[in-house]
Design a protein around this ligand. Structure first.
Ligand code: PRX
Length: 638
C-alpha cells in the first residue's frame, strides 16, 4: 500500500495546506483518487453552514469495507489486520489477517441479513473490546446498516435512550466483558434496557465471559449458532452494498451542554477519506508498522483510529481488551514490547495515572520499537508531556497532540510526527483542509497572533458531522447558530506568536473527565431524579489524574437527611443507574440553596470558582438573590 498523499516535509505541509484551503475541490478530489470507488463522484464539495448542508463526493458510490478490507487482499491478505490482546495476559491473544477479517465480516454480515437487517437499518452494538465488536461494526457497513456503538460502561437507561432515539431493530452484544479484575454483565444490562425498547426485534449474543445470561425465545440468539447456520448454507460470500458517498455510516452519541446526548452522524465517503488521510499523515504510518490506539471503540477515537483509519490504510491495528493498570502498571509497556508496537496513541489521563506509579513499572522494558507517540481527548499538561517524551519515547519519538471531537470525525489540529514542529501542550497547526479562527463573545474574529478566544472552523473538511440523528435543527442550533457561517467547537483556545494553537478546554457546560465528555445538565438531571433532591448544580474542577473532576452542589431534604454519607452513596448509585459509573460526581456538597440571579438563573461561574478553590476571587455577587448563600457554600467547601 502506498500513500501518495502522505506529507513528508515541512515544505510539503505548507504546500498541501495552501492548496487545500484555496482549492479544496481539486485537493480532495486528488486525495480521493487513492480510494476504491464503485463509481466516481460528480461533485467534490457542496456546502453551506446556514442550513447547514454539507455534501462531499456527491454521486460517488462505494463501500467502506471494500476500502478497509477487500482492496488489501491482493497484496496483503496475510498481513495482520487486528491483533487482539486479552484482558488477562495469561489468556491467548488473537491475530486476524486481512483474509480472515474479510471472511469473518462477510459471515457476520450474512448473519445480520438472516436476522432481517437491511440497508439503512440501525444496529446497536454493546460489547467489550473484543474482535467481534470490530467484526460486527464492519459487517453493518458491509450491508449498509448504520451502526451505533455504545460504550460498555453506560447504564441500561442510557442504552435505552440511544436505542430509542435511533430506533434500532437489532442489538449485538456479549454475555459479558472483562475489564481488569471485573466481569461486566453486558447482556444483563441489555435485558434491562430492552424493557423499554419496542423497536428491537433481535439480540445477537456472542459468548465471551460465559457469564450466565437469560435468552428470550424469539428475540435472543447466540452469535456462534448464527454463524453455524451461515456456514452450513455453504456460501460465505457477502457482496459489499453499493452506498452513496453521503449515505449514513454510523451514529455515535455524545454529550452536549443541554439535554440528552445527541446522535452525531457520519457518512461513508467523507469519513473514510478524512480518517485515512489524517491517520497516514499525523502518525506518519509506514506499511508494516503496528499501531496501538488504547481507546475503546465505544468512543470516536476507537472508531477513527483503531478501526476505520488504520484498516483503510492497510495497517496492523492492536486492540486491547483490558486497562493499563491490570494486572499491574507495566501492562501497556509489556504490550508495546511483545508486539513491537510502533505507534502508541493514548489519553493524557492514562499517562498521568501511569506516571503516578513512578519508574518501577518501566524497569526492564525496552520500548525500542516505538516511533511515534500520540495523545488525544483533553489538554495535556507539560509535566505529563515531558514524562511521556522522556520515559516512553526516550526523547526520540515525536509526540503528536491531536485535537479533535466526535463531531469532526478525525484530527483537525495536530503536529505531523517528525514533519512539523511539536510544542508541549500545543496541538500546534491545523491539518490541510482545516481553517480555524478565534472569535470573541460577539463573534468578532480575533486577527493576528498571541490572542485567546473561542475556536471556530470556517470551512468544511471531509470528516465533519452531517447531522444529529433525527433532529437536524439541533445540529444547526448546537454548532452553527452561535457564530454566523462558522462551525463552533465549544472549545477555548490560545494562538501563540507562531500561529500555533493551544486548546484550553470547553467554554460551554461540557465536562471532560478522563477524556470522556459528560454534560453537566445530564448529571444534574440524574441527581435530581434522586428522591429527596430538590435541586442541584454540577461543575468541573481541576483533577490531578482525570483532568477534570465532577463537583455537585445538592439541595436535599429527603428522609435520611441526618446521614449525609449514606445519602451521598445513594445519589452516586442513582447517577450510576441512570447514566453509568463514568458520570459519578467526585464530590457532593450539600447546600441549603444555590446562588441564583433575580431571574432564577444559577450562577455557575461562582460555583466553578468555589469548586476550583478560588474562594477569594469570586467576583461580583451583588446581582444575586441571596448573596449570603455564597458564604455558606464557601465555608462548607469540600
Ligand atoms: O475539549 C476538547 C477535548 O475533547 C473534546 C471532544 O471530546 P470528544 O468528542 O469526546 O472527542 C474526544 C476524542 C477526539 C474537545 O472539544 N479535546 C480533544 N482532544 C484534545 C482536547 N483538548 C485538548 N487537547 C486535545 N488534544
Amino acid at each position: 500500500m502506498s500513500y501518495p498523499y502522505q506529507i513528508k516535509s515541512l515544505k510539503e505541509y505548507q504546500e498541501a495546506y495552501k492548496e487545500s484551503v484555496e482549492n479544496p475541490e481539486a485537493f480532495w478530489g486528488n486525495v480521493a483518487e487513492s480510494f476504491t470507488w464503485k463509481k466516481k463522484w460528480d461533485k467534490v464539495l457542496e456546502w453551506n453552514f446556514k442550513e447547514p448542508s454539507i455534501k462531499w463526493f456527491q454521486g460517488g458510490k462505494l463501500n467502506i469495507t471494500e476500502n478497509c478490507i477487500d482492496r488489501h487482499l491482493e497484496t496483503n491478505a496475510d498481513t495482520p489486520a487486528i491483533i487482539w490482546e486479552p484482558n488477562n495476559p495469561e489468556d491467548h491473544y488473537r491475530v486476524l489477517t486481512y483474509r480472515e477479517l474479510h471472511h469473518k465480516v462477510m459471515q457476520f454480515a450474512n448473519v445480520l441479513k438472516n436476522n432481517g437487517v437491511k440497508k439503512g437499518h440501525r444496529v446497536c452494538i454493546y460489547m467489550g473490546m473484543v474482535p467481534e465488536l470490530a467484526i460486527a461494526a464492519l459487517a453493518c457497513a458491509r450491508i449498509g446498516a448504520v451502526h451505533s456503538v455504545i460504550f460498555g460502561g453506560f447504564s441500561a437507561q442510557s442504552i435505552a435512550d440511544r436505542i430509542n432515539d435511533a430506533q434500532a431493530t437489532v442489538v449485538v452484544t456479549s454475555d459479558g466483558s472483562f475489564r481488569g479484575n471485573k466481569v461486566v454483565p453486558l447482556k444483563e444490562t441489555i435485558d434491562d434496557a430492552l424493557m423499554s425498547c419496542p423497536s428491537v426485534k433481535r439480540v445477537i449474543v456472542s459468548t465471551h465471559t460465559r457469564t450466565p445470561v437469560s435468552m428470550i425465545k424469539g428475540r435472543d440468539c447466540w452469535w456462534e449458532d448464527e454463524i453455524k447456520i451461515v456456514e452450513t448454507d455453504g456460501n460465505p460470500y457477502c457482496p459489499a452494498e453499493e452506498m452513496d458517498a453521503e449515505d449514513l455510516l454510523f451514529i455515535l452519541y455524545t454529550s452536549g451542554s443541554t439535554g440528552k446526548p445527541k446522535g452525531v452522524v457520519h457518512t461513508v465517503a467523507g469519513y473514510l477519506i478524512w480518517t485515512t488521510y489524517t491517520f497516514v499523515n499525523v502518525f506518519q504510518y509506514q506499511p508494516g508498522q503496528v499501531h496501538f490506539c488504547t481507546a475503546d471503540i465505544g468512543w470516536i477515537t476507537g472508531h477513527s483510529y483503531l478501526l476505520y483509519g488504520p484498516l483503510a490504510a492497510g495497517a496492523t491495528t492492536l486492540m486491547f481488551e483490558g486497562v493499563p493498570t491490570y494486572p499491574n502498571a507495566s501492562r501497556l509497556w509489556d504490550i508495546v514490547d511483545n508486539y513491537k508496537v510502533n505507534i502508541l496513541y493514548t489519553a493524557p489521563t492514562a499517562i498521568r495515572s501511569l506516571m503516578g506509579f513512578g519508574l518501577e513499572p518501566l524497569v526492564g522494558k525496552k520500548l525500542t520499537s516505538l516511533k511515534v507517540l500520540g495523545t488525544v481527548g483533553e489538554p495535556i499538561n507539560e509535566e505529563a508531556w515531558n514524562w511521556y517524551n522522556e520515559h516512553i519515547g526516550k526523547n526520540r519519538c515525536p509526540i503528536v497532540d491531536t485535537w479533535w471531537q466526535t463531531e469532526t470525525g478525525g484530527v483537525l489540529i495536530s503536529n505531523i510526527a517528525g514533519v512539523t514542529p511539536s510544542k508541549p501542550s500545543y496541538a500546534t497547526w491545523p491539518l490541510p483542509g482545516v481553517v480555524p479562527a478565534l472569535v470573541d463573545e460577539t463573534g468578532k474574529e480575533l486577527e493576528g497572533n498571541d490572542v485567546s478566544g473561542n475556536l471556530v472552523i470556517k470551512q468544511p473538511w471531509p470528516g465533519i458531522l452531517r447531522t444529529t440523528y433525527g433532529d437536524h435543527e439541533r445540529m444547526r442550533q448546537t454548532y452553527f447558530s452561535t457564530y454566523d457561517n462558522q462551525y463552533f467547537t465549544g472549545d477555548g483556545c490560545y494562538r501563540d506568536e507562531n500561529a500555533m494553537y493551544r486548546i484550553t478546554g470547553r467554554v460551554d457546560d461540557v465536562l471532560n473527565v478522563s477524556g470522556h465528555r459528560i454534560g453537566t445538565a445530564e448529571v444534574e438531571n440524574a441527581i435530581n431524579m434522586h428522591a429527596g433532591v430538590i435541586e442541584s448544580a454540577v461543575v468541573g474542577y481541576p483533577h490531578a489524574i482525570k483532568g477534570q473532576g465532577i463537583y455537585a452542589y445538592v439541595m436535599y431534604n429527603g428522609r435520611s437527611n441526618n446521614e449525609p454519607e449514606l445519602t451521598r452513596q445513594d445519589i452516586l448509585a442513582t447517577v450510576t443507574r441512570l447514566i453509568g459509573p463514568i458520570a459519578k460526581p467526585d464530590k457532593i456538597q450539600f447546600v441549603s440553596g444555590l446562588p441564583k440571579t433575580r431571574s432564577g438563573k444559577i450562577m455557575r461561574r461562582i460555583l466553578r470558582k468555589i469548586a476550583e478553590g478560588e474562594i477569594n476571587n469570586i467576583g461580583d455577587t451583588s446581582t444575586l438573590l441571596d448573596p449570603l448563600i455564597v458564604e455558606e457554600i464557601k465555608h462548607n467547601r469540600l
